[in-house]
Design a binder for this molecule. Structure first.
Ligand code: MRU
Length: 362
C-alpha cells in the first residue's frame, strides 16, 4: 500500500480498533498493526512500532480508551481504579517524551471529571482520544507554517538539515521539524533536505528519507558524523529538529546526536531551530538536567541485522536522547509562533491567561 501525498497517519482509529503504521518495518514494508488491547498498545510503544513524541501521546490516549473498554464493572470507583492501572502500564513504556505523560494525564482527568455512568466515561475517553489526535494534526500544520516566519530569507531556496524523524510518522500527521520542511517545500523555499542517518536506530535513514520520497521532497542522506563537515562546506542554511521534552528554561531533549548537531551549528553560525508543540514543554522541570533519559538495549549499538560488530568483553552505553542547552537554540517553533527559549515561561503565562478568559466567558 502506498500512502497518498501529505497523508501519512501513523495512528488511525479504524474498525473499532487502532491501526498503527509498523515503523519497525519501514522503508521495506508499509504495513499496519491492528491494536485492540491496551497491553498491546503498551508493547507497540515500547518496541517502537509507533514512536516520536506526539505520536506516542496519541497512541497512549487510544491505549487508555482500549483499556477502559476492557473493564467490565459498572461501578464508577472500581472502574477508575482499574483505569489508573492501565495508565500506569502505558506510562512505564518510555520515559523521555513528555507527550506520553501529558496525553495520559489529559485522558485520566477527562475520566475523573465525567460525572455520569461508566459507559458515559468510556464515551468521553473515546472522544478525548480522537480530539488529541485531531488537535495534534492541526498543531503540526501550524508549527510548519510558523517555521516559515523564522527561516533565513536568503538564499531564496534553503537547504535544511534534520536529525532523526520528526515527521508525519512521529506525530498525528504532517510532522514538527518535517512540518517546517513540508511548508517550506510547498512555498517554494526549500532546495533540499539533508537527513542525518541517526544511529543507532536509523530513524533518519529509514523514516525521514521515506517520508520525503513519498512527497518528492529532494533529500540527501548523510551519516551523523558528516554534519559538521557539510556545514563547513556551506551546504546547510539552517537546522530544524523535533523535541521529546523541553524544560521550562528551553533546554531540549531530542534524539541522541542532536546536541552535537547544535554545537556544530553554533560553530558555523547556522541557526538551530527546535519545532515542537507546546505539549512537549514540561514547565515542571526547571532545566534539562532533570529530564529522564531513556537507555535502551545494547543490541541496538553492537548488532546490525544479524551481524554482531564487537568482540566479546566490551561494555556498552546506549542513551536514546540527549539534551541541547537552551543557549544553542535560535528559537522554538510552536503552534503559537516561534519563541526564544528564554521566553518559554512567559508563553505559559499567556496560555493561562487565555484559558482564564475563556473560562470567564463560559
Ligand atoms: O526514539 P524515537 O524515535 O521515539 O525518538 C524520536 C525523536 O527523538 C523525535 O525527534 C521527537 O520525538 C520529535 S517527534 C515530532
Amino acid at each position: 500500500m502506498k500512502p497518498s501525498t501529505n497523508h501519512i497517519y501513523p495512528v488511525i482509529w479504524h474498525n473499532n480498533s487502532v491501526s498503527l503504521i509498523d515503523q519497525t518495518r519501514l522503508p521495506k514494508e508499509y504495513t499496519f498493526v491492528e491494536i485492540r488491547r491496551s497491553e498491546d498498545m503498551a508493547r507497540a510503544i515500547k518496541t517502537m512500532i509507533v514512536r516520536g513524541a506526539p505520536a506516542i501521546g496519541v497512541a497512549a490516549a487510544y491505549g487508555i480508551y482500549l483499556g477502559a473498554r476492557e473493564i467490565s464493572t459498572s461501578d464508577r470507583h472500581e472502574f477508575l481504579q482499574h483505569l489508573d492501572q492501565v495508565a500506569q502500564l502505558l506510562r512505564s513504556t518510555r520515559p523521555t517524551a513528555v507527550n506520553l505523560f501529558w496525553a495520559i494525564s489529559r485522558m485520566i482527568k477527562a475520566a475523573y471529571e465525567t460525572l455520569g455512568t461508566v459507559e458515559e466515561i468510556k464515551q468521553t475517553l473515546f472522544q478525548t482520544a480522537q480530539a488529541i489526535n485531531a488537535e495534534d494534526l492541526q498543531t503540526c500544520q501550524a508549527i510548519g507554517d510558523n517555521g516559515l516566519t523564522v527561516l533565513p530569507t536568503t538564499p531564496e531556496k534553503l537547504t535544511l538539515l534534520t536529525h532523526c524523524n520528526a515527521g508525519a510518522l512521529a506525530t498525528a500527521g504532517y510532522g514538527t521539524a518535517l512540518g517546517v520542511v513540508r511548508s517550506a517545500w510547498r512555498e517554494g523555499r526549500l532546495e533540499r533536505l539533508f537527513a542525518d542517518e541517526t544511529r543507532p536506530r536509523l530513524q533518519g535513514a529509514k523514516l525521514t528519507t521515506w517520508e520525503c520520497v513519498q512527497e518528492g521532497i529532494p533529500v540527501t542522506l548523510i551519516t551523523d558524523n558528516m554534519a559538521a563537515h557539510c556545514m563547513k562546506q556551506g551546504l546547510i542554511h539552517a537546522v530544524v529538529v523535533g523535541a521529546d521534552r523541553i524544560a521550562a528554561n528551553g533546554d531540549t531533549a531530542n534524539k541522541i546526536g542532536t546536541y552535537s548537531v547544535a554545537i556544530a551549528a553554533i560553530a558555523h553560525n547556522i541557526p538551530f531551530f527546535v519545532a515542537a508543540p507546546l505539549s512537549t514543554v514540561d514547565f515542571e522541570l526547571a532545566d534539562g538536567s532533570q529530564i529522564p533519559i531513556e537507555e535502551r538495549e545494547p543490541t541496538e549499538i553492537y548488532q546490525v541485522g544479524d551481524t554482531i560488530l564487537t568482540p566479546a568483553g566490551v561494555d556498552f552505553y546506549n542513551p536514546a536522547f540527549d539534551v541541547t542547552p537552551a543557549e544553542l537554540i535560535t528559537a522554538i517553533i510552536t503552534e503559537n509562533g516561534a519563541i526564544a527559549p528564554h521566553e518559554l515561561a512567559k508563553s505559559q503565562l499567556k496560555q493561562v491567561s487565555k484559558s482564564v478568559k475563556i473560562n470567564q466567558t463560559m
